[in-house]
Design a binder for this molecule. Structure first.
Ligand SMILES: Nc1ncnc2c1ncn2[C@@H]1O[C@H](COP(=O)(O)OP(=O)(O)OP(=O)(O)O)[C@@H](O)[C@H]1O
Ligand SMILES: [Mg+2]
Length: 295
C-alpha cells in the first residue's frame, strides 16, 4: 500500500468529453439523483516485465457513474480489472487515460471520504487487531474517547471480540478479512470500496456479514462499490449490478435490481423475478468468463 501511495502523482483535472452523455446508461444519472462517483473512460496499463516494454491492459475505456447512497455490485471474470478499478477510484493507482471524480472533484490520492476493504486484507503484520482497526483514525488524528469506542464497536460488530491483541499471523483468512472490514468501517467514510470482502469467510458468517452490511448501509446511507464472485451475493446486496467484460475490462452491462429489501437468498429463492435475474446475470457473466479463457 505504501509503495502504491508513493507512486501517487498529481493528476490534472481533465474535462469530460461528449462521450459521457452517450454512456449515461451505465451511470443512471437522471438529474434528480446525484452521481457521487464518476468514472470516465479509464484505461489502465501495467508494465508486465520490468524494462522489457511489455504492457498488460487491465481496463479499457471503463465508464460508470454511481449515485449517492447507491450500492453497486461488480461481477466479472478473474483478472478482468475489478481490483484495478477500486484501486483507481481510491487514488492508489493512476490511469493512462480517463479520470475519476468524487463529488465533482478529481481523485488525486487517498482521502478519508472513502475506505477500501482490500482483497488481500492489506493488514499491517506488526500491528495487533485493535491497532490495525485504529490505523485510519490515527491517520486522521482522531484519537479521542469516541474514536476508541468506535474501534471497540466495529471489532465487536465483525465478531472479533477477544482477539484485540492478536497479530494478523495468528488469525484465519476470514478473520483477517473481518479486521480489514472493521478498519474501513471505523473511519465511517462516505464511500466504501469493497473487494471481495467475504471471500474467505464460511457460509454462515457470510450471510451474517451480508445482513450486517445491508443494515449499516441502509442506516447510514453510504455509497458502496462491492466486488464479488458470487452472483447471489451481487443480487442480494446491490441496487444495481455491473458485469465487467473479460480483460481489458469495460462495464459490459448494468442491471437495476428492483427486488424488495431486506433480501436474503432464502427468501428470494422462490421469487420468479430473482430466478430470471439470476439467469440473465449468469449468461452475461459466463459469456465473459469463456471469452477470458479464449473460448
Ligand atoms: N501491480 C500490477 N502489476 C502488473 N500487472 C498487474 C498488477 N495488478 C494487476 N495486474 C494485472 O492486471 C489484470 C487485472 O488485475 P486485477 O487484479 O484488477 O483483476 P481482478 O478482476 O481483480 O481479478 P480477481 O477476480 O482474480 O481478483 C490482471 O491481468 C493482472 O495480472
Ligand atoms: Mg481482484
Amino acid at each position: 500500500m505504501t509503495e502504491q501511495m508513493e507512486r501517487h502523482t498529481e493528476k490534472s483535472a481533465d474535462s469530460f468529453g461528449d462521450q459521457r452523455l452517450q454512456e449515461s446508461s451505465l451511470g443512471g444519472v437522471n438529474g434528480k439523483d446525484h452521481a457521487l462517483i464518476q468514472v470516465h473512460g479509464l484505461t489502465v496499463e501495467y508494465e508486465r516485465a520490468l524494462g522489457k516494454n511489455e504492457h498488460i491492459v487491465a481496463l479499457k475505456n471503463f465508464s460508470l457513474d454511481v449515485r449517492e447512497g447507491e450500492f453497486v455490485t461488480v461481477l466479472g471474470p478473474s483478472g478482468c480489472g475489478k481490483s484495478t478499478l477500486l484501486n483507481v477510484i481510491s487514488g492508489l493507482v493512476f490511469p493512462k487515460e480517463g479520470d475519476v471524480r468524487v463529488d465533482g472533484k478529481p481523485v488525486t490520492g487517498p482521502s478519508p471520504k472513502w475506505a477500501m476493504v482490500f482483497q488481500d486484507y492489506g493488514l499491517m503484520p506488526w500491528r495487533t487487531v485493535e491497532k490495525n482497526v485504529r490505523f485510519g483514525l490515527e491517520m486522521q488524528k482522531k484519537l479521542d474517547e469516541e474514536a476508541e469506542e468506535r474501534v471497540r464497536h466495529y471489532i465487536r460488530m465483525v465478531g472479533l471480540e477477544g482477539f484485540e491483541d492478536a497479530y494478523p499471523r495468528e488469525l484465519s483468512g476470514g478473520m483477517r478479512q473481518r479486521v480489514g472490514l472493521a478498519r474501513a468501517l471505523a473511519i465511517e467514510p462516505e464511500i466504501l470500496l469493497m473487494d471481495e470482502p467475504f471471500a474467505a469467510v464460511d457460509l454462515i458468517t457470510r450471510e451474517l456479514m451480508q445482513d450486517e452490511i445491508s443494515r449499516i448501509i441502509a442506516k447510514t446511507g453510504k455509497t458502496v462499490i462491492f466486488v464479488t464472485h458470487s452472483v447471489d451475493e451481487a443480487i442480494i446486496l446491490g441496487d444495481r449490478l455491473v458485469v465487467v467484460s473479460a480483460r481489458p475490462g469495460r462495464a459490459k452491462c448494468a442491471i437495476e435490481i428492483d427486488l424488495p429489501k431486506p433480501r436474503s437468498e432464502h427468501s428470494l429463492r422462490s421469487s420468479p423475478e430473482y430466478v430470471s435475474l439470476r439467469d440473465r446475470v449468469w449468461s452475461e457473466l459466463s459469456a465473459e468468463v469463456q471469452l477470458g479463457r479464449g473460448g
